[in-house]
Design a binder for this molecule. Structure first.
Ligand SMILES: Nc1ncnc2c1ncn2[C@@H]1O[C@H](COP(=O)(O)OP(=O)(O)OP(=O)(O)O)[C@@H](O)[C@H]1O
Ligand SMILES: [Mg+2]
Length: 150
């Protein structure tokens, strides 16, 4: 577990992740409203070389960003969506693209389509500015990513 004490530090942690991710990687983000999931994704995007500003996809469910090197960041947010419908199928297809890194907030409704091998990052907020971050890797691909984080 790592302790992150500011929004900037959360973005910096995301940047580190963004440097290490490979196409095909899937990252699930777990944490309450305001935990810092989207803040982390902003950092991942920066680390991947995405120049666009990352916006929360809460209403659109999915936003896609092109990185400078041909990698693609696909950011999903299934908040309060009990029936993901066609979006579950779309997510399933996205996750198996070899150029795409998929990051998902509020994945409860699509849990069944997530690959077993994924990186699960859980963020809790003991105080207004402190975040406890726990990372779990559940297969060789995600274990490699976590190892590279050092
Ligand atoms: N250490 C920290 N790490 C991340 N965010 C922090 C931290 N301290 C304060 N914050 C603040 O907490 C908020 C996190 O918001 P963010 O949109 O990233 O959360 P979220 O987990 O995506 O929420 P939602 O479930 O609504 O999508 C921001 O306002 C951010 O500035
Ligand atoms: Mg969010």
């Amino acid at each position: 577990m790592i302790e992150i004490t500011s929004s900037d530090a959360m973005q910096q942690f995301g940047e580190k992740l963004g440097h290490e991710v490979h196409g095909g990687d899937v990252i699930e983000l777990i944490g309450d409203v305001g935990a810092g999931k989207t803040t982390l994704v902003k950092g991942i995007a920066k680390g991947m070389g995405v120049s666009d500003d990352v916006q929360s996809p809460s209403f659109t469910i999915n936003r896609v960003y092109d990185a400078a090197d041909g990698r693609v960041l696909s950011h999903y947010d299934f908040y309060r969506l009990s029936d993901p419908g066609i979006m579950a199928t779309e997510l399933h297809e996205t996750m198996y693209r070899t150029d795409t890194i998929t990051v998902i907030e509020w994945a409860d409704a699509v849990e069944r389509v997530l690959p077993e091998d994924r990186t699960t990052i859980t963020i809790s907020s003991p105080t207004e500015t402190t975040r406890d971050v726990t990372i779990v890797a559940s297969g060789p691909r995600s274990q490699r990513l976590v190892r590279q984080l050092g």
